[in-house]
Design a protein around this ligand. Structure first.
Ligand code: ACO
Length: 325
């Protein structure tokens, strides 16, 4: 039996668009360097009054509208973020209050760029147990607030945004047969040995500060291609599906070169890979649902398509999920 079904998607971006040229006026970098090494042309940066929760709420409302369901039917909110509004309570509870669906389950998960995959798997598992019938799964970040704007090796890579999906518990048709649409297979991994390659150098318990992103980009790149290829193969094998049967891959948008290298390794045609990194940069946990919503709204991803989501991030954490839309 397939897992929970995706009823709708939504996304939100801050108002302020920042180009590579804007950044070149701030740190020693260039439009050419950023495009050549990453594929990024612009990103959106949160301004005054915009926070992870305001972006998450906007994305959640768009997903509810797309799904055609009332906020009051949502019994579970799982929000992935590394940049919560506050250390506590969970940003998910702010979303719950704004939507007015109080009383159900609401919590955050922290798996950085893989956060949305972790949140999706968690929500799917809880829906299967009957904990709730409908869930909002959100990836939302204001990474700009933990960037060291003097460090050109990291500050040009990230952006802010949010993406959300409405998920419904697995069901059967009138004849009692399982519905074809839904999450088919998900695999998650973590390897804490690589902490020092990608981390934030602060936190409430260690420094009592928020800290800044630190990354050994070249090393992360190497691990990303290996780990993503391996988890994608794992999911394909579990689902008994070949790479050629996939209609769309929606990867975490960290670097166009990682997307190319991973697709090539698996034999997936480049025109089946949804690429939004040029417009959004790396929005961490928001990047997969933002890209998914973009490709649904522009008509690329349709009902019935076989879609693979995948991400790798700090921890290291990584994962992939195969979904029949
Ligand atoms: N502008 C101009 N020059 C720069 C910049 C910049 N913004 N940043 C670095 N450089 C210079 C470096 O100083 C270096 O100069 P040197 O050769 O004189 O020492 C040169 O460019 C090359 O630097 P590298 O770091 O080796 O460049 P690389 O080709 O590896 O690209 C990048 C760097 C884009 C960060 C790449 O390694 C990458 O994308 N890594 C993966 C990041 C990623 O996937 N993260 C995913 C998870 S993110 C998360 O979980 C939060």
């Amino acid at each position: 039996m397939t897992g929970s079904r995706l009823l709708g998607t939504g996304s939100a971006l801050p108002a302020n668009r920042v180009t590579n040229a804007d950044l070149a006026a701030r740190v020693e970098t260039s439009d050419e360097w950023i495009i050549e090494r990453t594929g990024i042309r612009q990103r959106y940066i949160a301004g005054e009054g915009e926070t992870t929760s305001t972006l998450a709420i906007a994305a959640a409302r768009a997903a509810l509208e797309d799904a055609g369901v009332e906020a009051s039917s949502i019994g579970l909110i799982v929000l992935a973020t590394a940049t919560p509004d506050n250390t506590f309570p969970a940003t998910a509870t702010k979303v719950q209050a704004a939507l007015g669906c109080n009383g159900g389950v609401a919590f955050d998960v922290a798996a950085v760029c893989s956060g949305f995959l972790y949140a999706l798997a968690t929500a799917d598992s809880l829906l299967r147990t009957g904990m709730a019938r409908r869930a909002l799964v959100i990836g939302a970040e204001t990474f700009s607030r933990i960037l060291d704007w003097e460090d050109r090796t990291t500050c040009v890579l990230f952006g802010d945004g949010a993406g959300a999906v409405v998920l419904e518990a697995p069901d059967t048709d009138a004849a009692g047969n399982p519905l074809a649409a839904g999450i088919i297979s998900t695999r998650l991994h973590a390897d804490g040995a690589h902490h020092d390659l990608l981390y934030v150098d602060g936190g409430p318990s260690s420094t009592q500060t928020t800290g800044h992103v630190r990354m050994k980009g070249r090393e992360v790149f190497r691990h990303a291609v290996v780990n993503l290829s391996s988890v994608l193969e794992e999911v394909l094998e579990d689902a008994n599906v070949s790479a050629s049967q996939i209609d769309w891959v929606v990867p975490h948008q960290a670097n166009a070169r990682i997307l190319d290298a991973t697709a090539k390794k698996l034999g997936i045609a480049p025109d089946k890979v949804v690429v939004t990194v040029q417009d959004h940069a790396n929005t961490s946990a928001a990047s997969v649902p933002l890209a998914l919503d973009t490709a649904r709204r522009d008509g690329r991803i349709k009902a019935g398509d076989l879609v693979m989501l995948e991400a790798m991030g700090g921890g290291f954490t990584w994962g992939a999920s195969l979904i029949r839309m």
